[in-house]
Design a protein around this ligand. Structure first.
Ligand code: 5RP
Length: 223
C-alpha cells in the first residue's frame, strides 16, 4: 500500500538523525509505530524514551526501550513525531490520535523537534483536517459555543476520553490563515487544555516522504 510505504520510508530515514546515548521524546500515531519498529534496531545506542501516550509507551516497552518520565530527566535533546497537516511555514495541525496535549508538552520541552510525514500531509492552508481541541469536560458546551464563533463546525469527538480525562472537540470547515493568532485565541478560552495548532513550537527539521526520496527541510536558523 502506497501510504504505508511512504510512512515506513520516513520512519527509517529519521534514524540517521539520532545521536548516540540520548533520551528521545517519541510521539504517537501510525508513522510513529513504524518508527518504533526501526528504533528497536538501535535500542542499545540510546538511553531510552519519553513517551507521549499509553499506546506509544506500550509499544516502546514491548520493543525493549526504557521509558523515562519527563519530570525525572534534566533535559530532552530530541523529540520525534508526525503531524496531520503542515503548511510551508511549518505550522502544523496535530491531535488526530487525541494525544495533542502530551505531544505539545514534550515537543516544547525538547531542544530539537524532528517531524516525519508523508507528502499527503503537506497543505497550503491548514484547516482541511478537523482541528482538535482538548477541553475540560465541565466546560465543553461553553467552549463549543466560543469555538463556533470562530467560524467552523464544532463536534465533540464521539466516545473519546483523553488520557488526561478530558474531551476532544474537532473543528471542521476552518481556513486557518493565521495559525499563530488562532492558537493564542483558542488557548485563551477558559476550559481549553490545549489546541492542536503547533505554531509556537514548530519542528526544527522536517522529513517529507515522497515517492522517490525523503526530502529534508531545516527551519530557518537550524542546521
Ligand atoms: C496524534 C498525532 C499524529 O502525529 C498524527 O495524527 C499523525 O498520525 P499518523 O502518523 O497516524 O498519520 O498528532 O495525536
Amino acid at each position: 500500500m502506497k501510504l504505508k510505504k511512504l510512512k515506513k520510508k520516513v520512519a527509517l530515514e529519521v534514524l540517521k538523525f539520532i545521536p548516540k546515548n540520548i533520551i528521545i521524546g517519541v510521539g504517537t500515531g501510525s508513522t510513529i509505530s513504524y518508527f518504533i519498529d526501526f528504533l528497536k534496531t538501535i535500542r542499545n545506542k540510546i538511553i531510552g524514551a519519553v513517551s507521549s501516550s499509553i499506546k506509544t509507551t506500550e509499544n516502546l516497552k514491548k520493543n525493549g526501550i526504557k521509558i523515562f518520565e519527563l519530570n525525572k530527566i534534566n533535559n530532552l535533546p530530541l523529540y520525534i513525531d508526525s503531524a496531520d497537516e503542515i503548511n510551508r511555514n511549518m505550522d502544523m495541525i496535530k491531535g488526530g490520535g487525541a494525544a495533542l496535549t502530551k505531544e505539545k508538552i514534550i515537543a516544547s520541552a525538547a531542544k530539537k523537534f524532528i517531524c516525519i510525514i508523508d507528502e499527503t500531509k503537506e497543505v497550503k492552508i491548514l484547516g482541511k483536517f478537523p482541528l482538535p481541541v482538548e477541553v475540560l469536560p465541565m466546560s465543553y458546551k461553553y467552549v463549543k459555543k466560543k469555538l463556533e464563533k470562530l467560524g467552523g463546525i464544532v463536534k465533540k469527538r464521539n466516545k473519546i476520553i483523553t488520557e488526561n480525562n478530558n474531551y476532544i472537540l474537532d473543528i471542521s470547515n476552518l481556513y486557518i490563515n493565521n495559525p499563530f493568532d488562532l492558537e493564542n485565541k483558542i488557548n485563551n478560552i477558559p476550559g481549553v487544555i490545549s489546541v492542536g495548532i503547533f505554531s509556537q513550537r514548530k519542528p526544527d527539521v522536517l522529513l517529507v516522504s515522497k515517492i522517490n526520496k525523503v526530502k529534508v527541510i531545516f527551519r530557518k536558523n537550524e542546521k
